[in-house]
Design a protein around this ligand. Structure first.
Ligand code: PA5
Length: 445
């Protein structure tokens, strides 16, 4: 089970002032459960772990098995909430170095940026490999994945002709959007994303579950993690005992004292994409109305040799939350050498994990001494089950934190601004006038 440890933050917390934030967070938690708060049409994720249908899980597993059997590579196309959740679990769970093959395919992500070199190299890579596609877009109209899908679908048709459609699984809205129209016209297998679940809360829908199943990750265990933690988070009304309420209160308390940047740090690079997922979750949920904490992330000890200097001695606008799995299942140990040329014999007999743990504790002490409150999120290990717990913990605390801040944690109006400009600059129908104005601005006349 998850625990929030505050020993490296306690000197920064003044209990009387903090009390108000605890009460605020508990009241926000109640608002969430009343289904009367802002954005309440997007609360489908709240009870989803208990509502997800066995028949849906079975169909995901069966379809994934079919795709696995015929593919050396599966290209997962999506952006934002339509790829970060699965990527987080996948990167944390799969071996770093492996030799994928048909029956246990490599999963490659695309459609999450517009770098043409990446896309053309991937097209080249796929040319002589058996591949399939999972294209994911809730709206069905997002430009980046739509462009990627057009390219990879074209290759698929060239390679497999009339059999190409059987190699595509589309995850999208149940009735509307260009992707749904495309899927119906070509006869792709489809999975529906519930209307009431927004992108960044969608990892427990086929958006996240299908790519995980394709990668061979036991999705029932992942789902179990969500189920394990849901009950206690929903029922615990004491904000000190409820880690999600406690975390939401601490975040807003730190913000009120000028700490407007939260660093989610890890000492396990396999958790890097969990941080990317977390950044989207909190950034899109809270960053609006000129409010919110800026969610940043760091991978330690790597970043201790770059950004660590800023954390230790830069502007005091930071607080840190450290992802702290309690157990790492590796016993790699340092042996002694006769010459001790590298002067490392003092570590003889130590596991690398022990060294990493001392680095973690040393860093937490140093950062706290340097004026950065540090929280530790302690969870059992980096298994799909524990990752499920952690993800639900963050989803739940993000909703509470957003409500505490007074914003709608379930919309993302700001994401539209760049899209409108891009369409205008690309002369999309309906945007011609705006395009002219923007070009004048860019040219400075
Ligand atoms: O969280 C969100 O809603 C967004 O990040 C979306 O997931 C992202 O913009 C992709 O949207 P779509 O799935 O409609 O292509």
């Amino acid at each position: 089970m998850i625990r929030l440890e505050t020993r490296f933050a306690s000197t920064f917390i003044h209990s009387q002032e903090f009390e108000t934030f605890l009460k605020g967070a508990e009241s926000a938690r109640k608002t969430l459960h009343s289904f009367q708060g802002k954005g309440n049409e997007f609360l489908g994720w709240l009870n989803l772990p208990n509502e997800i249908q066995n028949s849906e899980i079975e169909r995901i597993i069966q379809t994934a098995e079919r795709i696995r059997a015929s593919s050396e590579v599966v290209v997962v196309i999506g952006i934002g909430g339509s790829y970060l959740g699965s990527r987080a679990v996948l990167e944390a769970s799969l071996p770093f170095f492996r030799s994928p093959k048909k029956g246990n395919p490599e999963v490659i992500f695309a459609g999450h940026h517009l770098e043409s070199r990446y896309l053309s190299e991937l097209l080249d890579y796929l040319r002589d490999r058996d591949f399939s596609i999972n294209v994911i877009s809730k709206s069905g109209t997002t430009t980046e994945p739509a462009i990627a899908f057009r390219l990879f679908w074209d290759l698929l048709v060239k390679k497999y002709g009339k059999d190409a459609a059987a190699r595509v699984v589309a995850t999208t809205d149940s009735s509307k959007g260009a992707l749904k129209t495309f899927a119906d016209a070509e006869g792709f297998d489809t999975f529906a994303i519930p209307d009431s679940v927004g992108g960044r809360y969608s990892v427990l829908t086929p958006v996240g579950l299908f790519p995980l199943a394709v990668a061979g990750i036991p999705i029932r265990k992942f789902i179990l993690g969500f189920k394990n933690i849901l009950g206690s988070l929903h029922s615990e009304t004491d904000p000190f005992k409820n880690p999600a309420t406690h975390y939401a209160a601490l975040r807003n308390y730190f913000l009120s004292s000028g700490r407007s940047v939260e660093i989610l740090a890890n000492f396990n690079p396999s958790l890097r994409y969990l941080s990317e997922w977390w950044k989207q979750l909190f950034g899109e949920s809270e960053g609006k109305e000129n409010k919110g904490i800026f969610p940043a992330s760091m991978d330690f000890t790597t970043d201790l040799h770059s950004l660590g200097q800023y954390v230790q001695e830069g502007k005091r606008i930071l607080f840190e939350t450290v992802l702290s799995p309690a157990a790492i299942h590796s016993d790699l140990t340092l042996a002694a050498t006769k010459e001790n040329l590298d002067s490392l014999n003092f570590l003889t007999g130590n596991t690398i994990e022990h060294v990493n743990e001392q680095a973690r504790l040393g860093t937490l002490l140093a950062h706290a001494d340097g004026g950065v409150p540090c929280l530790e999120l302690i969870f059992p290990d980096i298994s799909p089950e524990s990752l499920g717990e952690v993800m639900y913990f963050f989803e739940y605390s993000c909703a509470i934190s957003g409500y505490s801040l007074g914003v709608n944690p379930f919309d993302q109006p700001g994401v539209e601004a760049y899209k409108k400009n891009m369409f205008a600059l690309l002369n999309k129908e309906g945007f011609e006038k705006e395009g002219e104005l923007l070009r004048k601005r860019i040219l400075g006349n």
